[in-house]
Design a protein around this ligand. Structure first.
Ligand SMILES: Nc1ncnc2c1ncn2[C@@H]1O[C@H](COP(=O)(O)OP(=O)(O)O)[C@@H](O)[C@H]1O
Ligand SMILES: [Mg+2]
Length: 234
């Protein structure tokens, strides 16, 4: 198993957010759905060591990582595309991508290969290599953020609401790319746009009030009455 989250609990001060969360990601693409405030970002940030786990365990490729610091978790093989983009707008596409590789020490050959992979996935980034990121559209900036995470050659890529704030046509494109990317890297993606993301995932979890309430295949979720009425708006 790539990632195993076991009975995970976390929160902020007196507020308990995560309640005994169990979640697994294999060599596949997994969605994490749920309304605003459900605890999706808290779960992601606890996996990344940004929020402290209160109890439970987080296991990456057989090794417990819940005592590691964020940069150690990155080195262990997880890359995060956060909900807020955290790019460097005054720097070029090239420099932003290079920084993604700088967080995790890899050989030059690996970096070159990852760069080719990112350019293959998002050809626009090759065309706009020298452009300052701050002058690009929201959709292109999201591609830079995903590309930057991939430069670390992660074994697990976590994306927190990649469609947030994007136009529908760009959202469809981002999920198209993720559907291709899942052949190269395990993916965990949180989303409010359940309809679009179902095209790019194999399985998914639904989280409400900090607890997992449902787990099923993409087709199972697409035909589940609760998912249809609460998230697919039919
Ligand atoms: N830094 C924080 N400090 C205190 N409470 C927070 C913080 N971040 C999130 N919360 C609270 O934790 C709960 C879960 O939020 P979050 O994990 O962001 O949910 P989601 O990503 O599913 O929208 C919400 O009640 C939110 O208000
Ligand atoms: Mg969130």
């Amino acid at each position: 198993m790539m990632l195993e989250v076991k009975k995970l609990e976390a929160g902020y001060g007196k507020l308990q957010v995560l309640r005994a969360v169990d979640l697994n990601v294999g060599r596949e693409s997994v969605g994490l759905f749920g309304p605003n405030g459900a605890g999706k970002t808290t779960l992601i940030n606890t996996i990344m060591g940004i929020v402290e786990a209160r109890s439970g365990d987080i296991v990456l490729e057989g090794k417990s990582i819940n005592k590691l610091k964020t940069h150690e978790i990155a080195r262990a093989g997880i890359a995060l595309v956060p909900q807020e983009r955290e790019l460097f707008p005054g720097m070029s596409v090239a420099d932003n991508l290079e920084l993604g590789a700088a967080f995790v020490p890899r050989g030059k050959a690996v970096i070159k290969k990852q760069l080719e992979m990112v350019f293959g996935l998002f050809p626009i980034l090759k065309e706009r290599y020298a452009q300052l990121v701050g002058t690009m559209s929201g959709g292109q900036q999201r591609m830079v953020a995903i590309g930057r995470a991939l430069m670390a050659k992660p074994s697990l890529l976590i994306l927190d609401e990649p469609s947030l704030g994007l136009q529908p046509s760009i959202v469809a494109e981002v999920f198209e790319r993720l559907a291709i990317l899942k052949k190269e890297v395990a993916i965990l993606v949180t989303e409010q746009n359940v309809r679009e993301s179902l095209k790019a995932i194999d399985r998914g979890y639904v989280m409400e009030n900090g607890a997992v309430v449902l787990e099923d295949s993409a087709t199972g979720l697409a035909t589940n009455p609760h998912v249809i009425s609460a998230y697919l708006g039919i």
